[in-house]
Write a protein that binds this ligand. Structure first.
Ligand SMILES: [Zn+2]
Length: 607
């Protein structure tokens, strides 16, 4: 397998693309049925019972009309198999018997080698810890601790749990013997420089049960270590390293993916042990963050598989306020966040051991509160509801998550509920919500972009679908033109001569247009499906697949193009007139008769 950052020349990529067939590849994962010119099947990216997933052999693209996923043969493999672009290319190269030439780039090769070495080192350390746990006398306490917590040997194997010996130098000695330099051991967070006495190093992880942390491809990228007694810190993680970026990782994601996808839901817990006991109990759509508040990156990772997120946290956790900010982050980027407090101050691990997995699932599915309800509960505990100030504070904490509710009915319900609890009129709350929604319109823009691909996932009407979504004549014309350019490059130069290149103000359209312009200018020939590899973001790729999935008008193309151009030109003129009218009003206000006359002349020319 080719390294993650391996560069593959464009010609080779094109050659591989040309000798692969998307229907062939998708058929490995989805049962496809021919329907007209295309193939259809059940979408592998979201849960559905009637097929809305379409593959076009002709255009070599796929598009799901349910969840909005779309792309070409490479993006399909990347998303379905969790591969990087070079990895996806390599898989297809092997399938079609094309070899990817070695290319000289010492710097890149050195980087790739270093990454490779870092992965190998992590793998080796994981094996070392596992060996010690299973075989060594010093790990007797650790073994009985795991037994006490109900972790079976099979589960310990599945999660590759190990034990770091209590000594100060067993790891450093072992790894040095294996040929690793202290520099890389320090960089990867296994050893620390002594601050006292003779210079030297010592092991970071000592006398701890060790949990390897994997990336989404299942490679070990770091570790978490737990003490056996009550000493502190209870958990110690690897420091940030080139491989271990806590804000981008989710513990257990590689083992949870299939289940998350199947159930269209992810349960997020706090600790390693919570993930492990859930899996052991057969609940596999469970991950944990690594002791940090949730980041947008983690949210985006999850959004590729589901938007239904349930946090199952110990109700008494001191860190719940910090955690809440992370929940809001997920809410903001378009996840549907719910929260369940585990009763009796238990964590999921305890709860499952005491009450069984069925009861735990019942909690998750029946008792989880929407983020706004959860926040209301918390705020009611904190503030005095009988004072105006208290009411105000509660409202201002809860309203942001009401704004984020994707469904108008839910939103209304949340407003009514909050009004009732605060003894205020629903209209007062509604007015506050609307005021705040206007204020946060900027962050809405961001949200739309990130979740552009998934906005159709639920059947709920999405908020903030704004004028952009309403297909007025102008945007319909822009869309038709783009579809036709994608079909036939010569249309592009014609349009360029008439209304210019940037005939649209839609950011995704512009991204597509700019890319097309660049390729045409450089005389690059391309298959339309190749455009997906160069899309700057998911939202643009989603729009591109939407455009490509549409049928192009069959006859009288020239007439259609002319009509579209006319619509665009008229719209431009309308805008210019409006602008002139505004300027004239301004000139009136300033009593600038000269300017007004000039503007009027211009205006009359436009009629
Ligand atoms: Zn889908």
């Amino acid at each position: 397998m080719i390294g993650l950052n391996r560069y593959i020349p464009d010609e080779i990529v094109e050659q591989i693309r040309a000798s692969s067939d998307i229907v062939d590849i998708v058929s490995d994962y989805v049962r496809l049925k021919k329907q007209g010119r295309n193939y259809v099947g059940l979408c592998p990216f979201h849960n559905e019972k009637t097929p809305s997933f379409m593959v076009s052999q002709e255009k070599q693209i796929y598009r799901c009309f349910g969840c909005g996923e779309g792309g070409n043969i490479f993006s399909f493999l990347m998303k379905r198999g969790n591969l990087s672009f070079p990895e996806a290319v390599a898989v297809l190269a092997e399938r079609s018997g094309i070899s990817i030439p070695e290319e000289d780039d010492p710097e890149r090769d050195a980087r790739a080698k270093k990454t490779e070495q870092a992965y190998k080192l992590n793998e080796l350390v994981k094996d070392f810890y596992q060996y010690v746990l299973k075989n060594h006398d010093i790990a007797r306490g650790a073994r009985s601790y795991l037994e006490q917590r109900g972790v079976t040997p099979e589960t310990a194997d599945k999660f590759q749990i190990g034990f770091a010996p209590p000594s100060w130098d067993s790891q450093i000695n072992f790894l040095k013997k294996k040929g690793y330099s202290v520099e890389i051991l320090e960089q990867m967070g296994f050893i620390l420089a002594k601050t006292k006495g003779a210079p030297g190093y010592y092991d970071r992880f000592r006398n701890r049960i060790m949990f390897p942390v994997w990336n989404i491809q299942g490679k070990v990228v770091g570790f978490g270590g737990r003490v056996l007694d009550d000493s502190l810190p209870k958990y110690l993680n690897s420091p940030e390293t080139p491989l271990f970026n806590k804000g981008h990782l989710l513990y257990g994601i590689n083992k949870a993916l299939e289940s998350i996808r199947r159930l269209d839901q992810v349960i997020i817990v706090e600790g390693y042990m919570d993930v492990i006991s859930c899996h052991q109990a057969g609940i596999e759509n469970v991950v944990a963050s690594l002791g940090t508040a949730f980041t947008p990156e983690q949210g985006k990772l999850l959004l590729r598989y589901t938007r239904q997120v349930v946090f199952a946290y110990d109700a008494d956790t001191a860190g719940v306020n910090a955690a809440m900010r992370g929940w809001q982050v997920l809410d903001d980027i378009g996840c549907r966040v719910r929260v369940v407090s585990i009763p009796e101050g238990k964590d999921p691990d305890d709860y499952i051991r005491n009450h069984g997995p069925e009861q735990f699932l019942l909690l998750v599915n029946e008792r989880a509160l929407s983020l706004s309800d959860y926040k209301t509960d918390r705020a009611l505990e904190k503030y005095d509801i009988y004072t105006l100030e208290g009411k105000f504070k509660i409202a201002s904490e809860v309203i942001p998550s009401i704004i984020n509710l994707s469904n108008e009915i839910e939103k209304d319900e949340a407003i009514m509920k909050l009004a009732k609890r605060l003894h205020l009129s629903p209209d007062a709350i509604r007015a506050e919500v609307e005021k705040n929604a206007r204020k946060s319109r900027n962050s809405w823009g961001k949200r739309d972009k990130i979740t552009g691909l998934r906005d159709n996932k639920t059947n709920f009407a999405q908020p903030a679908k704004s004028q952009k979504e309403e297909k007025d004549a102008r945007s319909k014309a822009e869309e038709t033109l783009l579809i036709m350019i994608l079909e036939d490059k010569s249309v592009f130069s014609k349009i360029k001569g008439e209304v210019g290149v940037h005939f649209s103000s839609n950011q995704e359209y512009l991204n597509i247009i700019n890319l097309l312009a660049e390729m045409i200018e450089n005389g690059l020939d391309y298959q339309p499906a190749a455009l997906f590899d160069r899309m700057p973001d998911e939202a643009s790729a989603g729009v591109l697949s939407e455009l490509m999935a549409k049928e192009t008008p069959a006859d009288n193309k020239v007439k259609i193009i002319q009509d579209c151009l006319k619509t665009i030109r008229e719209d431009e003129i309308r805008k210019k007139r409006e602008d002139l009218l505004r300027q004239m009003e301004e000139a009136d206000r300033n009593r600038d008769q000269n300017l007004r006359n000039k503007l009027l002349l211009e205006y009359s020319k436009l009629i």
